[in-house]
Write a protein that binds this ligand. Structure first.
Ligand code: G
Ligand code: MN
Length: 329
């Protein structure tokens, strides 16, 4: 066990002593704990340590007396505990038991459906789970990269056969793509297999990402080289929106639903500023979360071109999506 926090090592030593075992300090911050008591020690640590402290504990089973190498790659105790709590999610990830619902995106001027956003859905204990929840669990357990990858592939697979010449918007987390050349291989394979041209795909990066600008640029460059477009999601939800838009220069800016739904002079001014900047940069502006005709009229009056929200259509399974005109012709 490795922990740089003396208090944590003291707690472990006390628990082990109560169980008639002995902890041996084998290196600075590294203690050897008898393996047969570890399960009990872990239960105590789960209950007694702060989350911060749990993040600073790593556990490995050595293969020899001097073997400490496992500690280098071991996940923190906090992640081990989260994996136990979210065992049901692991099963879903293993079996890829997810589907995608699609929400239409409409051109305000022509009223044509020009695209769909893919939104991941799954069922845990007979309850439908939305992406926010699934991603929160996955983040605790260190599985966001798997969930993110499944999200991209399911969105593509589910759009086969009915998408036509309309766009497919797919959310992604930059921090879950370590190296686009490698991590996106299965995404491009899915696009090829299901006949979705990369030119139809718009990748949505959310405002609140904590990836470094350099890392994000690297991923976005890769997407563009493949022929995909980029959207910035939740524009206006945080600080620095305009700065970020100007830096990323996406193809589409998706205005956050709170701004769309809050009919106040302040949000009018913010939407107006986003529209003005996007006009200068050649970025298409989309309003998310449009729930009423009044909201649609307002944002269109402010210069928004594309609309998405419950008033136009809810996220729905692929089977319920309207067939494109070109297929009906
Ligand atoms: O962060 P992002 O924009 O990807 O989030 C999309 C989420 O917003 C989905 O969960 C979707 O179901 C939800 N959503 C889509 N349209 C509306 C709407 O009109 N109102 C509300 N409240 N939520 C919406
Ligand atoms: Mn989105």
């Amino acid at each position: 066990m490795h922990s740089p926090i003396p208090h944590v090592r003291r707690v472990v030593a006390e628990v082990v002593a109560e169980l008639d075992g002995r902890v041996i300090e084998v290196a600075p911050a590294v203690a050897s704990v008898p393996s047969h008591v570890w399960a009990i020690v872990e239960d105590v640590l789960a209950a007694e340590l702060t989350v911060q402290e749990q993040e600073e504990v790593r556990v490995a089973t050595p293969v020899g007396p001097d073997d400490l190498t496992g500690l280098i790659t071991a996940v923190p105790l906090s992640v081990r505990l989260a994996r136990q709590r979210h065992e049901h999610l692991r099963v879903l990830l293993d079996e890829q038991r997810f589907t995608t619902h699609y929400q239409m995106i409409v051109d305000a001027r022509s009223n044509a459906i020009v695209g769909f956003e893919g939104l991941l859905r799954t069922v845990i204990d007979d309850v439908e789970v939305w992406p926010d929840e699934a991603f929160a669990m996955a983040a605790e357990a260190g599985w966001t990269d798997v969930l993110d990858r499944i999200g991209r592939e399911k969105a593509i697979a589910g759009s086969a056969g009915w998408l036509g010449d309309r766009d497919l918007y797919i959310n992604f987390m930059p921090t879950s793509i370590y190296r686009p050349e490698h991590c996106l291989r299965t995404t491009w394979a899915a696009a090829e297999r299901y006949g979705v041209a990369p030119e139809r795909i718009v990748f949505e990066v959310t405002e609140g990402t904590d990836a470094s600008p350099e890392h994000l640029d690297h991923i976005l460059r890769h997407y563009r080289e493949e022929g995909c477009r980029i959207a910035v999601d939740d524009v206006g939800a945080g600080y620095g929106s305009l700065n970020r838009l100007a830096r990323i220069q996406p193809d589409v800016a998706k205005i956050d639903k709170q701004l769309v739904q809050d009919a106040s002079p302040v949000s009018d001014a913010v939407i107006g500023a986003v529209v003005g900047l996007c006009r200068d940069l050649g970025v298409v502006v989309l309003a998310e979360g449009v729930e009423t005709k009044a909201q649609a009229d307002r944002v269109v009056g402010l210069g928004v071109e594309l609309l998405q929200g419950f008033w136009l259509g809810r996220p729905m399974p692929a089977e319920l999506q309207p067939t494109p005109n070109i297929l009906m012709a």
